[in-house]
Design a protein around this ligand. Structure first.
Ligand code: CA
Length: 339
């Protein structure tokens, strides 16, 4: 506990370095995730990095989409009703880019047991049939680079390879497809402006050891209980030995926020795991996900309290948030307090 207090007092007495603000799927607290509108807003809100989740089309083009499926964020079921697979899902990899361009993106939705569709976050942008499309990775980079020029900024890309193993089984090497785009756009050696992130450690090792990618890599950490990829052992990766291993190929970790914050003690103090300190002791940056005003962890009463726990108490190096403006406001307030 005394270590914790030292860290807090350091924050107030010296000028602590601000963590980087990563706009999670763009400013998706305000506009449908991964649309260019959400990315432009994130840029205007001063995000340090803007996130791109990447999947491939049938013709191997990297597009910016969170899921390998299309139905929860687009109107695919209305436009191409006969194109679902036997599991009742529509896969981006089954559609050409030309077909993807006919889709309209909307707020993330869910179906109840009666098949009625509703918004996952009901207070966000309305779940209307959209007028926004799905961008390619190349288009999104062009938007961000253009805004960097017109606004005099240097905004980072934070690209996630989604399900690289699954893409490989479908006959595609997504790491090569993404590196190609970065090379074409002049980003392949901008080490201070691009992170590549993935849940699959094998994909990161492949990027580092086989493709000799020099960009900083982030090992995302999930929970084995999520059963999303049984070839990755997240329990091991969080141990000191696992972190030693990560440090051989990655520049940091992207943990789930509940791997750092473990609820409140009876005294009301937040319980903070040693994951951040253990990772930082190995030179790894720590960028937890996801900070949402409208989905707070248990025991946390508002967004500023959540930011205070992670920034001032746990001392993370960056964070993924749906609300980059609110994270910025918190940092400016913190700066005023320290003066
Ligand atoms: Ca992501």
């Amino acid at each position: 506990m005394s270590k914790q207090n030292n860290r807090v007092s350091q924050v107030h007495h010296s000028k602590a370095r601000d963590p980087i603000i990563i706009a999670h799927r763009g400013a998706c607290g305000y506009l449908p995730e991964h649309t260019l509108a959400a990315k432009a807003l994130a840029h205007a809100m001063g995000a340090d990095y803007i996130e791109q989740d990447v999947v491939l089309t049938r013709d191997g083009i990297p597009i910016v989409l969170h899921d390998i499926h299309l139905e929860t964020t687009t109107d695919v079921a209305h436009r191409f009703p006969d194109r679902m697979r036997d599991d009742n899902r529509y896969y981006a990899i089954d559609f050409s880019l030309e077909e993807i361009r006919q889709l309209r993106a909307h707020e993330r939705s869910q179906l109840d047991s009666g098949g009625v569709e509703s918004a996952v976050f009901p207070d966000r942008f309305p779940l209307t049939p959209g007028f926004l499309g799905i961008p390619t990775l190349a288009e999104e980079i062009e938007l961000i680079a253009g805004l960097d020029q017109s606004r005099g900024r240097s905004t980072g890309l934070y690209i996630e390879l989604k399900a690289p193993n699954w893409h490989r089984a479908q006959g595609h090497d997504m790491a090569i497809a993404i590196i190609d785009i970065l090379e074409q756009r002049g980003y392949a050696d901008r080490e201070s402006q691009v992170f590549l992130q993935c849940f699959d450690d094998k994909a990161l090792r492949y990027l580092r050891n086989d493709l000799h990618c020099s960009l900083p890599l982030i090992q995302l950490l999930g929970e084995n209980a999520w059963n999303e990829d049984t070839t990755v052992d997240y329990d091991y990766l969080q141990t000191p030995e696992g972190l030693d291993d990560i440090a051989t190929y990655a520049a940091g970790i992207g943990p789930f926020l509940m791997q750092i914050y473990g609820g409140k003690a009876d005294s009301g103090k937040p319980l903070i795991s040693d994951l951040t300190a253990n990772a930082q002791a190995r030179g790894l940056q720590v960028h937890p996900y996801t900070f949402r005003r409208d989905l707070l962890p248990e025991g946390v009463s508002d967004f500023n309290e959540l930011l205070d726990i992670f920034i001032n108490q746990a001392g993370v190096d960056g964070l993924f948030t749906d609300f980059p403006d609110l994270a910025h406001r918190f940092l400016r307030y913190r700066e005023e307090l320290s003066q």
